[in-house]
Design a protein around this ligand. Structure first.
Ligand SMILES: [Fe+2]
Length: 318
């Protein structure tokens, strides 16, 4: 596979797994295209045309040093200059993939967070409330990433002639879809403890338990009943607004499953009586990345995992 084919496969898989559905995602792209067409020539010059094809602002090809057939990749949750040097040391790496966004994908991370509004709406939170509360959080994230040195790792890849891309929400969508389907297929997840025990049967979380990073209850306790379990915090860029917990409770959500949670969010969840199960950050990121890597493995690409990625292959089990 060539770099662009790997990228297109990832975007397509991300759309297929997207809770909004392919049609809704295509409508969003169409809306962006119409807006683009109305821009002046000067405005078009600085317009990022990639967003007309790729609905995930945090997933991008970042550097093409040499457009070649990719046989072996180095992939990690966070790729920094150290991992680029690692690739050089290892040798025979045709492409480096970071899960967390870098460069323009990091600068525009906030643009993917609209997805959370639709997911919340899907679980019963009125869209006006979801949009109103997320708007503030999205602008905070945009300001927060603004100060960062976005290009540092890309500059290193460029100097050392490495191909580089990042695949964030596309992989998080795969993890969210997988977990939603698994949780909804079970009808015996009555108590929060049952949900945690069930998560522990998923290989990525089982491995995480051995290094002290397994699924944990951050709000509520194992004897609490789950009520409606919502997968609202696995995909969509980064944490949403803490004020949403109260609205989620009103919408009938009893328990959320997330990757990680801040203290402020935890407190809001507790005061809204929402149980929060934190599946784990690196393990949940690994789950989504693994589901994508299985497709690369099926196409004969060798995978070298690094930087927090626990590689579990499901290829031979199918
Ligand atoms: Fe992450």
């Amino acid at each position: 596979m060539r770099i662009k084919e790997i990228y297109n496969l990832a975007i397509n898989m991300g759309i297929d797994a997207d809770f909004r559905g392919r049609k809704a995602v295509e409508n969003i792209l169409e809306r962006k295209r119409k807006k683009y067409e109305k821009l002046s020539e000067k405005e078009k010059e600085f317009f990022d045309k990639e967003i007309l094809k790729n609905p995930y602002s945090d997933s991008r090809i970042l550097n093409i040093a040499e457009d070649k057939e990719v046989k072996r990749i180095l992939i990690g949750i966070d790729i920094e200059p150290a991992e680029i040097l690692l690739a050089k040391e290892l040798g025979k790496i045709d492409l480096i993939i970071s899960h967390h966004p870098l460069g323009i994908a990091l600068a525009n991370l906030h643009d993917v967070m609209d997805l959370q509004c639709d997911i919340l709406n899907m679980y019963g939170v009125p869209i006006n409330i979801a949009e109103g509360l997320m708007k503030k959080k999205i602008s905070e994230v945009a300001r927060g990433v603004n100060r960062l040195n976005h290009q540092r790792t890309i500059d290193t890849a460029n100097l050392l002639d490495f191909n580089l891309m990042c695949l964030h929400t596309v992989c998080d969508n795969l993890a969210a879809r997988f977990l939603k389907d698994e949780v909804e297929a079970k009808n015996d997840l009555i108590r929060v403890g049952d949900l945690v025990e069930f998560l522990k049967t998923i290989p990525e979380y089982k491995k995480a338990m051995k290094i002290g990073a397994g699924p944990k209850i951050f709000a509520g306790n194992k004897e609490n009943r789950c009520g409606k379990i919502a997968l609202v915090e696995i995909t969509g860029g980064t944490e949403g607004s803490p004020k949403l917990y109260e609205k989620m409770a009103i919408a009938g959500i009893g328990t959320t499953v997330g990757m990680h949670i801040s203290e402020e969010h935890k407190k809001e969840a507790e005061s809204a009586n929402i149980n929060v199960v934190i599946a784990g950050h690196m393990s949940s990121d690994s789950l989504g990345v693994n589901l994508f890597l299985d497709e690369l493995e099926r196409r004969g690409i060798e995978v070298v995992p690094c930087s927090g990625l626990t590689r579990i292959s499901r290829v031979n089990k199918l």
